[in-house]
Design a protein around this ligand. Structure first.
Ligand SMILES: Cc1ncc(COP(=O)(O)O)c(C=O)c1O
Length: 380
């Protein structure tokens, strides 16, 4: 078997069009030629983030953009509410602690979405909150949190910081319309790019806060970046080739139509869940699933990590593992970015085969058929 299938929730596959754009001859980053390309990428990003404000492009992974938001918006000791329902909720907590904030942790059971009234209660109990942090899509538990509803609570209160790393380009998450204050993502998910870029947009009131926030910042000084990026380049040397790629991937998304991009992700997600259910497997996030990836419990007695190793080493298919308490119990099947109906079919068919290999008795095709029923919807 030669062909490898990367069906993980990041890094994700790169379209040829994007790979070719990234292989363009290197150019200097302080030239009209680069300014033009950079500006086109910026315009595409504004549409994707649903904002009239700047979407800044940082040379970092998604975590860098998360860190930049904290460093630019808060002062030492500021109290923030961190909604922690998985590995990336934990990431917000770690960043807040590293920067000397006073985080209040709102723990959420893994696999569940946070309840809006619980957030409201916490906000009432802590009227001095300066920020609320959440994941729109908590990739580690494949959960979608109710960001739109929580934004209604934070509207005239604390800033609302949303990690959209596996949400931007997957679901509609318009910053301006919903009243989010920060939205970040990284390049290696729905943006169909290699790892290496972080993207961040701020609301007007968040930009206002940056003027009074006292935490130290240098490389991630967002005001400095904004000033430079508005002129068509970065404050420092930007990741030129990745930005060529970003322009190409944003063009691809515009061509498909953002509504169609979101519908495709929703359909792949429903098809994967239908397949898992048809195979008698329990879903990790049954109530509020993220359209970026589907977490599935494997039958008792089957080591999920061994299954994943087998899939990768003998079947050339990379899916993702469960983390921490989910380790060895679940697998995560991604359907994010440059993926379509037949990536779902591949993942499900491979799952049926690997489970049979590991001694689970199941008829071939049951999961595949359930997925096909959903995927047929796209054939008009
Ligand atoms: C929801 C979420 N937040 C943050 C991150 C961290 O992004 P990075 O690994 O690009 O720093 C990830 C990465 O998978 C993620 O899925």
């Amino acid at each position: 078997m030669i062909k490898h299938y990367l069906l993980s929730p990041g890094p994700t596959p790169i379209p040829n069009e994007v790979a070719l754009a990234m292989s363009e001859t290197m150019i200097h980053h302080r030239t009209p030629q680069f300014n033009h390309i950079f500006d086109q990428a910026r315009q595409g990003l504004k549409k994707l983030f649903g904002t009239k404000n700047d979407v800044l492009i940082l040379a970092s992974s998604g975590t860098g953009a998360m860190e930049a938001s904290v460093a630019n918006l808060f002062s030492p000791g500021d109290k923030v509410l961190v909604i922690n329902g998985g590995k990336f909720g934990e990431r917000w907590l770690n960043i807040a602690n590293a920067f000397g904030l006073s985080p209040i942790e709102l723990e959420v059971e893994w696999g569940q979405a946070v309840k809006v009234d619980t957030v409201e209660k916490q906000m009432k109990a802590h009227p001095d909150l300066k920020g609320v942090m959440i994941q729109a899509s908590e990739t580690s538990t494949t959960v979608l949190h109710p960001v739109k509803e929580i934004a209604k609570l934070t509207k005239n209160g604390p800033l609302f910081l949303v990690d959209g790393v596996t949400a931007v380009g997957v679901v509609s998450i318009p910053l301006d319309e919903w009243g989010l204050d920060v939205l970040v993502t990284g390049s290696q998910k729905a943006m169909m790019l290699p790892p290496g870029l972080g993207f961040i947009a701020l609301s007007d009131r968040a930009w206002e806060r940056t003027k009074h926030a006292k935490l130290p910042r240098f490389y991630f000084d967002l005001n400095l970046e904004r000033k430079n990026q508005q002129k068509g380049s970065g404050a420092f040397t930007p990741a030129v080739s990745l930005i060529f790629g970003a322009r190409a991937s944003l063009e691809m998304m515009q061509r498909e139509g953002l509504d169609r991009v979101y519908a495709r992700h929703a359909r792949m997600s429903r098809a994967t869940r239908a397949a898992a259910t048809a195979l008698g497997l329990k879903l990790l996030a049954p109530d509020s699933p993220s359209p970026a990836a589907t977490g599935v419990y494997l039958p008792d007695g089957i080591d999920a990590d061994q299954v994943l190793d087998y899939l990768r080493d003998h079947m050339n298919i990379t899916l993702a593992e469960g983390q921490d308490q989910l380790k060895g119990k679940v697998i995560r099947i991604a359907h994010v970015g440059y993926m379509g109906a037949f990536d779902v079919i591949t993942a499900v068919a491979a799952l049926e085969m690997v489970l049979r290999k590991f001694g689970v008795e199941l008829p071939f095709g049951k999961g595949v058929a359930a997925a096909q029923e959903v995927l047929m919807e796209s054939l008009v």
